[in-house]
Design a protein around this ligand. Sequence first.
Ligand code: NAD
Length: 473
Amino acid sequence: MPVQSICCIGAGYVGGPTCAVIAAKCPHITVTVTDSNAARIEQWNSDILPIYEPGLEELVKRCRGVNLFFSTDVKGAVKKADLIFISVNTPTKVKGAAGEVGLAPDLQYVELAARTIAREAKEGLTLVVEKSTVPVRAAATISEMLASANRPGVSFQVLSNPEFLSEGTAIKNLLHPDRVLIGGENQQAISDLADIYAAWVPRERILETSTWSSELSKLVANALLAQRISSINAASELCEMTGANVSEVAKAVGMDSRIGPKFLNPSIGFGGSCFHKDIMSLVYLCKHYHLPENAEYWQDIINMNTHQRVRFCRKIVSSLFNTVSHKKIAVFGFAFKKDTGDTRESSSIVVADYLIGEGAEVFIYDPKVPDRQILTDLKLPQITKEISPGVITPEGIVDKSVHICRDPYDAARGAHAVVVCTEWDEFTTLDYQVIYDSMQKPAFLFDGRMILNHDTLMKIGFRVHCIGKSLNH
Ligand code: NAD
């Protein structure tokens, strides 16, 4: 039977954009996005959405109140749904139990969602779709939970439908996906879900596999993407040692059609909520199945990322005459990548923490990350009027070592160094002569994203340091 009513549990970076696109492309389907976080739902129903994604606001404003709804009433939406997406967070456990093989994915939110569905689903058949990234065979666990309610006349089919969108380009990715992956064992259920996507995705891009292949594909895809970043970053250090230029190496390597040019940008390392945790999930899976060599292989991707971040931080300190104590450092960008306000696992947090730990005062500017998020990430008190005198100013100073700035020129004024941590386009069009003139001398610039014109900066007078290329000063 064609799906007429969809419920999504989890109104986050995946649930919100995915449902906005489905609502826009399938006007005959009612889509209700639910979340237990009332503040988040309030924002989805307001003018300022809880997440920033290019194109999202326009879609939400077009469909909201027509066939797209945001609600905290999870049970109510589940009761009415023919199809339910589970799109909740699946973090890594904070602590492994004694004797455990590593840090497992934490499925508590998936379990909670599954139990709600088991209790509340309508009579007849409901499709339950794993949108969250889960370990292999999670669908079996979800099926067991759904069956445990033992309600006569109520039945379920569980499908795996992992999401491959990238933050910052989510709407574009959802509208024009490389592929939509559906894993399942029941052909009718697979077809019912495929029919929804077929409203805008060409059929040949809708790939059907077994449930376990689908679940594992998501983990492997993220691990391979992260591996490319770690590989080019590993090459970048070698370039610095040997006099090679990593941008030239990446171009030469990427022109090989077997390799391709994407995801070969040298940087201070990958961030985001997915790569790290999905690789940890893969590592855990390998250890669980007694495959230590495989576990080590995937783990090394993370180890290289950590190394790249730390060596970048060390380079900042050593270049600034081995101390940043009481020095002012401007951090350009706090989001884990451009075009998102998401800071989860952002390299900027690592850089800011490191510099603060070394005694520096950091001046942070990001066009989309809210102040309170920066403070939370740096484990600093929130801005309140009650904070002791001198610790807060109208610019948002909340701690003597951290200042949140309204524009990059403010952040750089009087600074000893500018550190580019996020590849926001606006950082490429700033007037660096003005920035240079306002800074302490010698003025240092660290390009952690390789987005600036280093020759021009050096002509202005900056001492430039970047990744994978030695610059003569
Ligand atoms: P998120 O943290 O932004 O959103 C998850 C939401 O689920 C939260 O708002 C939370 O309050 C809500 N939630 C949790 N348990 C709930 C429950 N029982 N009832 C109602 N609401 C509940 O997470 P996200 O970034 O949207 O990711 C969701 C899943 O998708 C994760 O498994 C992630 O790995 C995967 N994924 C994320 C991305 C990405 O780029 N963010 C891409 C692909 C896949």
